[in-house]
Design a protein around this ligand. Structure first.
Ligand code: PLP
Length: 367
C-alpha cells in the first residue's frame, strides 16, 4: 500500500475495495476437511443450464477461429424472443460488462452516477472506473426510494442504475411506479434497469413488471438481462442490454471486438430455446422460496421479502459468527456487511436437499 505504483491509480480507483465473490466449494471442502459442501452464496442456478447444452459443448465449435464479433445469431434469437430489432441488443461478457459499457459511453469525470444503497456493488465499480462522482440514495423499506432519487437527480447526473429485483435484498419495484418514475426523468439521464433476476420475479410477484415494455417510449432507457441466473450459465459469462439502437451503436464502438466467446454464444442460444427447462428452474425456485421462508418464520428470523432466487435474513447475533458456523457445517452463504447489513446473511435458494441442509445447519448454529 502507498507504493509508487499505487500512487499511479486514477482517481476513483485508489480507494476502491476489490469485489468479494462467494467462497469456492472445493476450497472450503479442503480447508475444513468436509465431505460435502453446499454453496448458496452466489445466486447460481442449482439445476444448471439446459441439458441440451452438453452435446453442443462436447462437440466444441471450431475453437481456432475467432467468435462472431457481432454475435449475429444470438442477437437475432434474442430480438425475436423479445420482439425488438437486433440493432437494439448489445451482448456482454456477463451483464456486468454491459453495465460498464453504458457508463463508458455516456459518463465522464464531470458527471454523477446515481444508485441506491444498498445496490449491486458493480454500479460503484463502473462509476469509479470512469472517474464519475457517485450519488448514493439510501433505500426505503429495503427497496429503491424513487422519490428521493428523482429529487437527487441534478444537472450533472448522467446515469442511474436500478437493480430490479435488487441485490442483496430481493426487493422489487411496482410496475406502475417504475413507469411514472421514468416519465419524470429528463431525456439526457440514462436509466439502466438491471433485471438479472427477472425470470424469478415474474413468477414470484404479481406487481413486479419488467421495464422492457417501456423501451419504445424512452430512448434513455436501458434494460439488462443475463444468462447467469435463471438460465444457469454463470460460468460461461453472457448477458445483454436492450436499448435504443443509438445507444447500442455507442456500446458497440467501445466494447472489445470479441467480447462474448464462441461457447457462450452457442450455449446461450440453446438455453434461450429451451424455455421448458427455464420454467422448471423458476418453478423450483418459487417452491424453494416457500420452504426456506417458512423455516425462517419457524426459527423466528426476520427476512426481507424477496422476488429473486435468494433471501436475506436477520440473525440475533453478529452475522459473521453465524456465517462461520454455517461454513463449519458445510453450508456457504453470503455475509452482506459490505452492503451495510452486519446482522443479515444472504442465502441462495437451492435444490430441496441443499435448502434442507441449510435450514438444519442454521437451526444448529442458533441453538
Ligand atoms: C448476479 C447479478 C448480475 C449478473 O451478472 P452477470 O455478469 O450477468 O453474471 C447482474 N446484476 C445483479 C444485480 C446481479 O445480482
Amino acid at each position: 500500500m502507498g507504493g509508487v505504483i499505487s500512487r499511479l491509480a486514477v482517481p476513483g480507483i485508489a480507494d476502491l475495495p476489490a469485489y468479494q465473490p462467494g467462497r469456492d466449494i472445493d476450497e472450503v471442502r479442503q480447508e475444513l476437511g468436509l465431505e460435502r459442501v453446499f454453496k448458496l452464496a452466489s445466486n447460481e442456478n442449482p439445476l444448471g443450464p439446459s441439458p441440451r447444452i452438453r452435446d453442443f459443448l462436447a462437440a466444441a465449435p471450431d475453437l481456432a477461429r475467432y467468435p462472431d464479433s457481432a454475435g449475429h445469431a444470438l442477437r437475432r434469437d434474442l430480438a425475436d424472443f423479445h420482439g425488438v430489432d437486433p440493432a437494439q441488443i448489445t451482448l456482454g461478457n456477463g451483464s456486468n460488462e454491459v453495465l460498464e459499457l453504458v457508463a463508458r459511453c455516456v459518463v465522464t469525470s464531470a458527471h454523477e452516477v446515481m444508485y441506491s444503497d444498498p445496490a449491486f456493488v458493480v454500479y460503484r465499480l463502473a462509476t469509479c472506473a470512469v472517474g464519475a462522482a457517485p450519488v448514493v440514495v439510501p433505500a426505503r423499506n429495503y427497496g429503491h426510494d424513487l422519490d428521493a432519487m428523482a429529487a437527487a437527480a441534478g444537472e450533472r447526473t448522467r446515469l442511474l442504475f436500478i437493480d430490479n429485483p435488487g441485490n442483496p435484498t430481493g426487493a422489487w419495484i411496482d410496475g406502475k411506479r417504475l413507469h411514472s418514475f421514468l416519465e419524470a426523468m429528463p431525456e439526457d439521464l440514462v436509466v439502466v434497469v438491471d433485471e438479472a433476476y427477472h425470470e424469478y420475479a415474474a413468477a414470484l410477484q404479481d406487481d413486479y413488471a419488467s421495464a422492457l415494455e417501456l423501451l419504445p417510449h424512452y430512448p434513455n432507457l436501458v434494460v439488462t438481462r443475463t444468462f447467469s441466473k435463471a438460465y444457469g450459465l454463470a460460468g460461461l459469462r453472457v448477458g445483454y442490454a436492450l436499448s435504443h439502437p443509438e445507444l447500442a451503436d455507442l456500446m458497440n464502438r467501445v466494447r472489445q471486438p470479441f467480447n462474448v466467446n464462441a461457447l457462450a454464444q452457442g450455449a446461450a442460444r440453446i438455453a434461450l430455446e429451451d424455455q421448458a427447462h427455464l420454467r422448471r428452474c423458476v418453478a423450483l425456485n418459487t417452491q424453494g422460496m416457500g420452504v426456506v421462508t417458512a423455516a425462517l418464520r419457524e426459527l423466528d428470523l426476520p427476512w426481507i421479502k424477496s422476488s429473486a432466487n435468494f433471501v436475506s435474513f436477520e440473525v440475533p447475533r453478529p452475522a459473521a459468527e453465524v456465517y462461520q458456523e454455517l461454513l463449519q457445517q458445510g453450508v456457504i452463504v453470503r455475509p452482506i456487511a459490505e452492503y451495510g447489513f452486519p446482522r443479515h446473511l444472504r442465502a441462495t435458494i437451492g435444490l430441496a436437499e441443499e435448502n434442507a441442509a441449510f435450514i438444519d445447519a442454521l437451526r444448529r448454529a442458533l441453538a
